[in-house]
Design a protein around this ligand. Sequence first.
Ligand SMILES: Cc1cc2nc3c(=O)[nH]c(=O)nc-3n(C[C@H](O)[C@H](O)[C@H](O)COP(=O)(O)O)c2cc1C
Ligand code: SF4
Length: 662
Amino acid sequence: MNQLFPMIFTPGRIGRLQAKNRLVLAPMVRNYAAEDGRATPRYVAHIERIARGGVGAIIIEASYVRQDGKGFARQLGIHEDHTVPGLRQLVKAGHRHGALMGIQLFHGGRQASGKISGFQPVAPSPINDPVVNEFPHELTAPEIADIAAAFGCAAGRAREAGFDFVELHGAHGYLIAQFLSPFSNYRKDDYGGTTENRRRFLEEVYAAVRATLGDQFPITVRLSGEETIPGGLTISDTVDTAKRLEALGAAALHISTGNYATYAMGTMIPPMAVSDGVLLPLARRVKAAVGIPVITVGKLRMPEMAEDVLTRGDADFIALGRSLLADPDWPAKTASGRRTEIRHCIACNEGCISRLFAQQPVWCTVNPETGRESAFAGLSGGNGRKLLVVGGGPGGMAAARWAVEAGFTVTLHEARAELGGQLVAAAAAPYREGWQMLRDYLIREMARLKVDVKPNSRLDAAGVLREQPWAVILATGAEPVRPSFPGGEWMSVMTGRDVLERPAPPQHRRIVIAGGGCAGAQTAEYLAHYGNEVTVLEAEGDIAIDAPSDERNLLLARLQRRGVKLMPNTRLLNMTLSSAVVLLPNETRTLPADMVVLCLGSRSMDELMAHLGDSGVPTHLIGDAVRPRKVTEAMAEGAAAVLDLLERPLEPALRQEIEALR
Ligand SMILES: Cc1cc2nc3c(=O)[nH]c(=O)nc-3n(C[C@H](O)[C@H](O)[C@H](O)COP(=O)(O)O)c2cc1C
Ligand code: SF4
């Protein structure tokens, strides 16, 4: 028995199967498959890496059972026989490390865009999904039977590939959920109206899959506990469905939440601003109603919380999604008393779900190895050579961390007294504690890996060369731009970063923020929190459009509650002693102000590169010093620079992805 987390590491049953512990990798589409749905070597290496970290069961991503249900450009398919060999490789990769292997069977219905699938979406009723917004074809009864049969055929392929269990994707507003929910099902025939009728499609899918797989093969079902939208599913509906699935012989139930229409509420894939364990009450309700195992999910990042959930009996298994992208060794570290070494998911939703929705491959912000596992496997070759990293922000610390792993001896010079770079300002605003988690983690890693950190050390080119490094990584970052405005000399003007970094925030003042990107909006929230009267101007369009959609939705709602005035399409013209003069689309207006805060972007600090470029010392420029972007890019480039120093050949596709960051 594990002394530290006995419940997590007690084996658990799913039907006839026994998982070695209570941790399940949640299904996540990654866009790592080939365009025809086949698993790629990249995908296999990724799953193998996660399995090696010790998770008890793996549920491979939502895999489309028919081409018209495909939701993402490089989603995994199980729709045709050509996918079976690749799926078999995935299964073997998991089995090699003792994980049970399951796969989620999926049809996107009206949430699958025709631009991806090549077909008009299909749905129970001819009503557009509010997010995808494409007119779907209303399925006829024979067409419904065809799709149920496609689920059955897909299940056969899953068994042929060697999977231990299958999961039906009945959650998140996809086709099965579209039938279940009065929000999307307006039918008047046997598939609509009453609860039994709306459940009929799920039962027919279940029957087709059961008929293919036989009585003993474990089938789990993922359901949205609720949809939190008028007409949407409630937890009572889901409890009813759960009982019915238990009666039909389902092996376990996996309780998530929501659909695309409610995605921005931030409970399906909870962002930074939403509490850990937000979906536990839903799992608890289902668990109280059924005797089969219940899997819970949703920002269960902390081992202590997972252990408590299991101890209280709120659920039987803990599904970890993003936590295992951020650190596949979460289970092994938890089991072996290295809990403080876990690189936690910070719930930024930038590298994973935002990239997925942009049809890009998933690349976790805090773990540059995600999806690049072969490139980073067995990192070595530094041979003690001296690497100098200039700049102690996230990019510089990532470079230092991966360089030590590769065997370099690393010295890191940071101009300021503290490490963290822009993470310091990012973490200051309310609900941004994830950035502090990342900063703390990277600082701990510097100590654990014995990086020689030199704070308060601003190096010029001569200083760099005096250190006689074998190679240099320049992670010198960017500084906020401070354009001058007429009248600026009369007004108190600061940049957003200055405001967030200074120990004493301004209080009870009238503040106009010029620049309404995510950074400006978060600075506004911070200032409003301290009783300031805040107005945000954005010259080009809407406020915070660079934030992930759920993050943005929650942030804008909080700004409204705090009385922050948002002025899209409005430009700062000039200032007086006590006002900011702004230009709206059709008028000029004078806003009373005591202070103006500029959040107008940054400028790369790349001067050292010009001086070191032809010094003969291999020198790599990374992160914001190349071009101001986000932490995801900075950390990725930091780690990728180490691969470059080692002259590791990267697969062309990966090379292209790294180049595309620039
Ligand atoms: C990139 C990404 C892809 C996802 N794809 C799926 C999917 O294929 N099927 C599914 O049921 N849920 C999917 N989800 C939701 C996760 O399974 C999980 O429920 C959610 O991320 C919350 O758990 P976490 O906080 O542990 O990440 C996805 C989430 C992410 C971040
Ligand atoms: S990108 Fe952000 S939210 Fe996604 S897994 Fe990584 S840390 Fe978590």
